[in-house]
Design a protein around this ligand. Structure first.
Ligand code: TMP
Length: 216
């Protein structure tokens, strides 16, 4: 049986990683074979590529270099981790995938959407998620959460993206909503301004929808 592939997406501070961990724990408790992974960083070279892309200190990198690093990580990740897991029948949950590149490098950085589309296709070999959950949060609420996160870690922003201004995060959010509008069959938008448990109930409902589709 072919497995299933679901991606969790949204602007920084949307709470998707908390929701992903919760969904993974719930599915494992039900005995489901779950592979939890993320981008950038899910391949064997991933930790190094992730720190090149996200490290907020040292080297500044130009947007095209950022795009190419992310796509290199994705190409390796798809072949090494995602496809084999889907083929053995696992339920793959990935924290960000191709939509993040459309939203961040396209919407946020302003790179050419056609170029991003081509590179996404090359890196994935055409693999698309069966379902994508976009956690949508107001930019002001997202910025508050990022500030709180930074304060909790001693006043330091976690990544280069966390340092971006509200306009950047707003463009990323709009790009995600645009993707959802164009792919209503695949993408579900979840209002992530609400409390964690309320958001989690929506996540569980959509994950179950995909599991039922899987069983048919
Ligand atoms: P995370 O904090 O959700 O793990 O994501 C790390 C950062 O990587 C996030 O700020 C967005 C960025 N990113 C991109 O800019 N483009 C991409 O294609 C991916 C996968 C992540």
């Amino acid at each position: 049986m072919r497995g299933r592939f679901i991606t969790f997406e949204g602007a920084d501070g949307c709470g998707k990683t908390t929701q992903l961990r919760r969904a993974v724990d719930r599915l494992r408790a039900l005995g489901v074979d779950v592979v939890a992974t993320r981008e950038p960083g899910g391949s064997s070279a991933g930790a190094e590529i992730r720190s090149l892309v996200l490290d907020r200190r040292e080297r500044p990198i130009v947007p095209v270099a950022e795009l190419l690093l992310i796509e290199a990580d994705r190409a390796q990740h798809v072949v090494e981790t995602i496809r084999p897991a889907i083929e053995r029948g696992a339920f793959v949950i990935c924290d960000r995938f191709t939509d993040a590149t459309v939203a961040y490098q396209g919407g946020g950085r302003g790179l050419d959407p056609a170029l991003i589309g081509t590179l996404n296709l090359i890196a994935t070999g055409g693999l698309e998620p069966d379902m994508t959950l976009v956690f949508d949060v107001d930019v002001s609420e997202a910025m508050r959460r990022l500030d709180r996160r930074a304060a909790e870690s001693g006043g330091e922003a976690a990544t280069r993206f966390d340092l971006e201004h509200a306009g950047f995060h707003d463009r990323v959010r709009s790009a995600y909503l645009d993707i959802a509008g164009k792919s209503p069959g695949r993408v579900r938008v979840i209002d992530a301004n609400r409390p964690i448990e309320v958001v989690a109930a929506d996540v569980d409902r959509f994950v179950e929808e995909l599991r039922c589709r899987c069983a048919i």
